[in-house]
Design a protein around this ligand. Structure first.
Ligand SMILES: Nc1ncnc2c1ncn2[C@@H]1O[C@H](COP(=O)(O)OP(=O)(O)OP(=O)(O)O)[C@@H](O)[C@H]1O
Ligand SMILES: [Mg+2]
Length: 254
């Protein structure tokens, strides 16, 4: 049975889309069939990040309204065999997509794929809550500071209140130096606060931002290695040996 993963945050800009995209590509490279769903209606960006914006003809709402089939709306990512993208509408009002219809759509994807990864809108609005309700795993992506963590904790509270999805944490933009100086929390402490299992800690790394600007996946360095370790962790495998050797090895889940 396929697994539906909701990528959530409290605060915006914590790295949800980056993490969801790299996790999806990593799972596909592991031989899994993966649907990556951009549920951020009106401000979607995974199509741009994947460089397929000109190939998106139909979106989720078209499928829900019967204007297109799921197959027509799913965009295969040629560079990453095994990965398909399904986008929310860029022009319609997010309120037009009902939670029930979204869950039904995720149910259809669940039948066709091994993993369904949903990049949710920031915060705990209607769409994020609908996805949370039908997900098996809820990955909270946060940075290790008070401001992001307070918002992430509200999301974590809602996940546990709802029951259902298991909470996981990805702690992003970690600077070892800041952790040492007490300016950022250690990833383990963040995960404990959220009462979530730590999937991965990702360092602040210029290569991640550069890769986004150049519309490619991060290729080298500590950040790329940490992001590449997320998919194996999602599959229940220990983080790759290569990450263990890195500067952030002590932050990776055992
Ligand atoms: N570990 C990192 N190191 C450096 N830059 C990063 C890191 N993670 C993400 N970024 C950069 O931060 C910016 C925001 O990331 P991203 O778009 O993934 O966040 P988001 O949570 O999806 O944002 P939104 O709330 O707008 O949907 C991007 O420019 C991305 O390249
Ligand atoms: Mg995003």
């Amino acid at each position: 049975m396929a697994c539906v993963w909701a990528f959530l945050s409290g605060k915006g800009g914590t790295g949800k889309s980056t993490v969801a995209l790299c996790a999806a590509a990593g799972l596909a490279r592991e031989g899994q069939r993966v649907a990556l769903v951009d549920a951020d209606a009106g401000v979607r960006n995974l199509d741009l990040m994947l460089g397929v914006e000109n190939r998106i003809v139909f979106d989720m709402l078209d499928v829900i309204e019967g204007e297109a089939t799921l197959e027509q709306a799913l965009c295969p990512i040629r560079e990453t065999p095994g990965l398909w993208l399904l986008c929310a509408s860029q022009v319609r009002d997010p309120a037009e997509m009902s939670g029930g219809a979204l869950c039904a759509l995720l149910g259809l994807l669940r039948e066709r794929f091994d993993h369904v990864l949903v990049d949710c809108p920031t915060g705990i609005g209607a769409i994020a809550q609908a996805v949370m309700a039908c997900a098996d795993e809820a990955v909270i992506v946060t940075t290790p500071d008070d401001i992001a963590l307070r918002d992430a904790d509200r999301t974590a509270g809602l996940i546990s209140q709802r029951g259902g999805a298991r909470a996981r944490a990805v702690v992003n933009r970690v600077r070892a130096e800041y952790v040492r100086r007490g300016l950022q929390y250690a990833p383990d402490a963040v995960a404990a606060t959220l009462d979530a299992k730590l999937l991965c800690a990702v360092p602040e790394d210029e290569e991640i931002r550069r890769a986004a600007l150049q519309r490619r996946l991060p290729a080298e360095g500590e950040g790329a290695r940490a992001l590449a370790a997320i998919a194996p962790a999602m599959l229940g495998r220990p983080a790759q040996e290569v990450q263990r050797r890195g500067l952030f090895s002590r932050f990776s889940p055992s």
